[in-house]
Design a protein around this ligand. Structure first.
Ligand SMILES: *Cc1c(COP(=O)(O)O)cnc(C)c1O
Length: 365
């Protein structure tokens, strides 16, 4: 059996460190707020090269709070790429704005710059750029468009912990960036957790207040916020795991290189392209296969676990039927039948990788 994800194996490899960290939180009852949350926020902002990090409850809350903090006029249009997880667009609606989908780039699968431009209207105020699969978006081009049309840039970094654009870590390149620490992400907690990063003092303060009932001090509520907190246990786990993130990301990169080298001569398969300015941390290794469903069945029959990211593009979901973008001429609306995610992660051995490559080749013989 070759697993898509193996969090138990990862836990066993760092069990002493994790158990000590959890014991310390329990001994001090540092469950909400406190030094472990503060420590992780400092470590993570330093790691992502951002001035501020605000820990929150999960990656979806991070997006909602970040968008709310931007204080855009109600019912602003915010452009979101069509191939992502629903959280990227859900947050726009929940913050009181209108989702407009644009296409993705056929080389690296992040937001298509040309498609984005074609969707800008007088009401457009922001763009959510998703560093999808761990590959950064083309930030210089996005920033040029944002300056021309006066748009805010929200970076959805849920799949891109440690990813770099032209040598700079993602997150605080645009106005504000959001992270998820869902257990299966490149940096994952042992439950739900998320964070917001930014270089902007006011945005950071606003996010912290929104996430904590509109207050900075106890009982002095300046406005109605909400409760979305990174808790002490998750923060302590994340501080331990952050120390291993580079090593785990490097392993993902090595696996991706191995797949690319060894699957490159299968004509029916399109491999992901890494731009020369990108450090891709390969949260997902997505290939496109002509006979995807048959290939998937064949590989699963051999005990290889796979994923599809995503089987239905966002505009085609029932949730977005009301937008009427189902039949937009998007690559993202048609290629979901070809996408297939191969196993990638620190749990895989060289034998596992050989097995996957041989199986893919065997199917295409
Ligand atoms: C996982 C993910 C999220 C949401 O994160 P949660 O912590 O599960 O709320 C948002 N955007 C993208 C692109 C994701 O992959």
């Amino acid at each position: 059996m070759i697993k898509f994800l193996d969090l138990t194996k990862q836990y066993k490899s760092i069990q002493n460190e994790i158990d000590e960290a959890i014991k310390a939180v329990l001994a001090e009852s540092a469950f909400i707020g406190g030094k472990y949350v503060k420590q992780f926020e400092e470590e993570f902002s330093a790691y992502q090269e951002a001035k501020y990090c605000v820990g929150v409850g999960n990656g979806t809350d991070a997006l909602e709070i970040a968008i709310e903090a931007l204080e855009l006029p109600k019912e602003s249009e915010i452009i979101v790429p069509a191939n992502s997880f629903i959280a990227s667009s859900e947050a726009v609606t929940r913050a009181g704005h209108k989702v407009i989908f644009c296409d993705c780039d056929l080389r690296n699968y992040t937001i298509s710059i040309d498609s984005l431009k074609s969707k800008i209207s007088k009401k457009t105020r922001a763009v959510v750029c998703v560093h999808l699969y761990g590959h950064p978006c083309d930030m210089d081009k996005l920033i040029a468009i944002a300056e021309e049309y006066n748009l805010k840039i929200i970076e959805d970094c849920a799949q891109a912990h440690g990813a770099e654009y032209k040598g700079r870590r993602v997150g605080a390149i645009g106005d504000i960036g959001t992270f998820s620490f869902y257990p299966g992400k490149n940096l994952g907690a042992y439950g739900d957790a998320g964070a917001i990063v930014t270089n902007d003092d006011l945005l950071a303060k606003k996010c912290r207040m929104i996430a904590n009932h509109g207050r900075i001090e106890k009982y002095n509520h300046e406005f109605e916020g909400r409760n979305s907190r990174l808790d002490g246990l998750q923060a302590a786990v994340l501080s331990v795991k952050l120390k291993h993130l580079d090593e785990w990301n490097n392993k993902r990169i090595a696996i991706a290189d191995f797949y690319i080298k060894n699957i490159s001569n299968v004509p029916e398969i399109i491999l992901p392209k890494k731009e020369e300015w990108a450090k891709n941390v390969y949260h997902i290794f997505a290939i496109r296969a002509k006979r995807r469903d048959e290939l998937k069945k064949f590989l699963e029959g051999l005990g290889i676990q796979l994923g599809i990211h995503y089987p239905i593009s966002l505009p085609k979901l029932k949730a977005y039927a009301y937008l009427g973008q189902t039949n937009d001429d998007f690559i993202a609306n048609t290629f979901s039948s070809e996408l297939l995610s191969l196993p990638i992660g620190d749990h895989l051995s060289e034998n596992d990788l050989d097995f996957v490559v041989k199986a893919v080749k065997e199917f295409h013989k």
